[in-house]
Write a protein that binds this ligand. Structure first.
Ligand SMILES: Cc1cc2nc3c(=O)[nH]c(=O)nc-3n(C[C@H](O)[C@H](O)[C@H](O)COP(=O)(O)O)c2cc1C
Length: 346
C-alpha cells in the first residue's frame, strides 16, 4: 500500500490509543507484523508542547518509519502550527484526530466532536494540508461514522477531505454518540470506499484473523486498523498476516517467546518513562498480556495482584521471568492450587 512517498509493508495497522500506543508498543507491534502505526494524539496547544507527556508522545527514537504523528485540536491555525512543529521533529505523516470521543477532547470541540461542525472540520484539514504540503508530508484523517445515529456524515466529510488533499482516511465504525458501546458497523466504510479514490482503512472491533479477512472482503478497504485487540496481544498482526497469506491459523505463540517479547517491551518502556513512572504504567500492559495468554486457571489474577505491589523495574522483570517459567512448567490445563500460588507470590 502506498501512502505519499511511502510504501507500507502490509495493510495491517495498529491504532493510535492514548496511554497505550506509545513508542515501545508501536515498535513491538511493528516487529510482530504491523505494517504501520500512528502515534497517540498530541495536543496542538503550543503551551503544552514541551510538557513531559507530549514530549514522550512525540518520541520516535529507534522506531521504523514512516513516522506518523496524530494531532488533535480545534483551531485551524494552531493545528497547522502543530503540523509544522511535529514535521520539524521528524513526523513523516500527519494524522488529524476526528475520532476520539474522550470528554477532555470533545469539551474543547476536538476529536470526533469536530464531525458536528463540518465547516470547521474542513477548515482544519485545509490548514493542516497547506502546512504539510511544502514538506512533502502526507496528511491523513481518522474519524467515526458520524456524530450520532441520525447524523452519519462520514461520507460527506470523506469526500470533502479528499478534495482538500487528505491522502488516507480511517473510519471507526461507530458514531461519537456510541462511544465504545454496541458493535462497529463497516457498511459506512464500504460506502466511503466506493466513493473516494484515496486509501480507506476500516477500524472497529476487529479481533481475529477471520474478522480481519471478512472486513477487508466486505468493505473493499485498503487496510484494517486494530486497537484494543492488540492490547497484550501484539502478535495478532503476524497471526492475521499469516491467515491472509495462507488461509490457515497460526498456532498461538509459545509462552517463552512471549516472555522474550514482554521483557523487551518492559525494557523499552522503562527507557521511555524512567523507572518510577515506567513500572507503574507498565502494569496495565502486564495485565493485558496475562488476560490474553492461555494460563493455568487462577494464574492471571495472582499475577496481576503481585504486579500491582511491585515498585522497582528489577522486581517487575523478575516477576515476569518467574511467572512465565512457572506457567510453562505447569501447562495451561493446570489448576493452580493455593500452594502453587503461594510459591509464585513468594
Ligand atoms: C485507550 C484508548 C485510547 C484511544 N486513543 C485514541 C487516540 O489518541 N486517537 C484516536 O484517533 N483514537 C483513539 N482511540 C480509538 C482507537 O484508535 C480505535 O479507533 C478504537 O479503539 C476502535 O478500534 P478497536 O475496536 O480495534 O479498538 C483510543 C481507543 C482506546 C481504547
Amino acid at each position: 500500500m502506498q501512502l505519499g512517498p511511502y510504501t507500507l509493508p502490509n495493510a495491517l495497522f495498529v491504532a493510535p490509543m492514548a496511554g497505550v500506543t506509545d513508542r515501545p508498543f508501536r515498535k513491538l507491534c511493528k516487529r510482530l507484523g504491523a505494517g504501520y502505526a500512528v502515534s497517540e494524539m498530541v495536543t496542538s496547544r503550543p503551551d503544552l508542547q514541551d510538557s513531559l507527556k507530549t514530549s514522550r508522545r512525540a518520541d520516535h527514537s529507534g522506531e521504523p518509519g514512516p513516522i506518523a504523528v496524530q494531532i488533535a485540536g480545534t483551531d485551524a491555525a494552531m493545528m497547522a502550527d502543530a503540523a509544522r512543529y511535529n514535521i520539524q521533529r521528524g513526523a513523516q505523516i500527519i494524522d488529524i484526530n476526528m475520532g476520539c470521543p474522550a470528554k477532555k477532547v470533545c469539551n474543547k470541540w476536538a476529536g470526533s466532536a469536530l464531525m458536528q461542525d463540518e465547516a470547521l472540520a474542513i477548515e482544519i484539514v485545509e490548514a493542516v494540508v497547506a502546512a504539510a504540503a511544502p514538506h512533502g508530508v502526507p496528511v491523513t484523517l481518522k474519524m467515526r461514522t458520524g456524530w450520532c445515529a441520525d447524523v452519519r456524515n462520514a461520507p460527506t466529510l470523506a469526500l470533502a477531505a479528499e478534495a482538500a488533499g487528505v491522502q488516507m482516511l480511517t473510519v471507526h465504525g461507530r458514531t461519537r454518540e456510541q462511544g465504545y458501546k454496541g458493535f462497529a458497523e463497516h457498511d459506512t466504510v464500504a460506502h466511503i470506499k466506493s466513493r473516494v479514490k484515496i486509501p480507506v482503512v476500516a477500524n472497529g472491533d476487529i479481533s481475529s484473523p477471520q474478522q480481519a479477512r471478512d472486513v477487508l472482503q466486505r468493505t473493499g478497504a485498503d487496510a484494517i486498523m486494530i486497537g484494543r485487540a492488540a492490547q497484550g496481544r501484539p502478535w495478532i498482526f503476524r497471526e492475521i498476516a499469516h491467515f491472509l497469506a495462507t488461509g490457515e491459523a497460526l498456532p498461538p505463540p509459545d509462552l517463552m517467546e512471549v516472555k522474550t517479547w514482554l521483557l523487551d517491551h518492559l525494557e523499552d518502556h522503562y527507557s521511555l518513562y524512567g523507572e518510577f513512572t515506567g513500572v507503574r504504567s507498565a502494569r496495565k500492559h502486564l495485565g493485558w498480556y496475562a488476560h490474553a495468554l492461555p494460563l493455568p486457571s487462577g494464574a492471571a489474577a495472582v499475577f496481576r495482584h503481585r504486579i500491582n505491589t511491585l515498585t522497582t523495574a528489577q522486581a517487575q522483570l523478575a516477576c515476569v521471568r518467574d511467572s512465565f517459567d512457572a506457567w510453562a512448567a505447569f501447562g495451561p490445563d493446570h489448576n493452580m492450587t493455593r500452594e502453587d500460588n503461594w510459591k509464585l507470590a513468594a
